[in-house]
Design a binder for this molecule. Structure first.
Ligand code: GRF
Length: 204
């Protein structure tokens, strides 16, 4: 399955997906990495791994989310992408892109959803005093961090943990659980690629 990864920063989850997909038996192939930020370190990491990596800078589109998303969608379709993995992609998506990739767009979130959707999850977990924390891979729906859960991994919160300690412990699990969830989705998808939104609007 031809898979793209959307990033905004360092891209360690992207690297984990790329590493897993090197196994010839892995059911997804990482064909494209896109970033909304040209300075994202993950772009260079992807290129060094021989993967096409491009920035589609949201700042070039001003406040116009729709045209930025249309550019992303066009890049995905021109690369014949079938599955999209958000990995530290820090832009909220509109129903346009979410709808176009429904069932084929995954996200990783650094908490045990439905606890702590949104930002600063590790600080909030420490503040709440939870004893278990973790990460979740889910399908993307138009409600942020709320789509059907595909996989989770839990870690203990230990006495004296700092936010960085907890982030690091969770991140190690993210790197295991995301490839596993992608493999499950890629292996279970129906054969046909999604139709472009424009084609769906055209009656035969
Ligand atoms: C990860 O913790 C991910 O769960 C969150 O943002 C972080 C991205 O890290 N959404 P990286 O860019 O994959 O290293």
């Amino acid at each position: 399955r031809r898979t793209a990864i959307l990033i905004s920063g360092r891209g360690s989850n992207m690297e984990a997906l790329v590493a897993a997909a090197r196994d010839p038996g892995f059911p997804a192939e990482i064909c494209l990495v896109l970033s909304n930020r040209p300075e994202a370190g993950g772009l260079d990491t992807a290129r060094a791994a021989g993967i096409r990596a491009e920035a589609i800078d949201h700042r070039a589109y001003g406040r116009d989310r729709a045209t930025h998303e249309a550019a992303i969608d066009a890049a995905l379709r021109s690369a014949d992408i079938e599955i999209v993995c958000l990995a530290g992609y820090m832009r909220l998506l509109t129903p346009f892109l979410v709808g176009a990739w429904q069932g084929r767009m995954l996200n990783i979130h650094p908490s045990l959803l439905p606890c702590f959707p949104g930002l600063h999850t590790h600080a909030r977990a420490l503040e709440a005093g939870v004893k278990l924390h973790g990460c979740t891979v889910h399908l993307v729906t138009s409600e942020m961090d709320a789509g059907p859960i595909l996989a989770q991994a839990a870690v203990p919160v230990l006495a004296g943990d700092t936010e960085d300690d907890l982030a690091e412990r969770v991140l190690r699990q993210e790197h295991l659980v995301y490839p596993a969830a992608l493999a499950a989705v890629a292996a279970g998808l129906p054969a046909a690629a999604p139709e472009p939104a424009a084609a769906l609007a055209n009656p035969l």
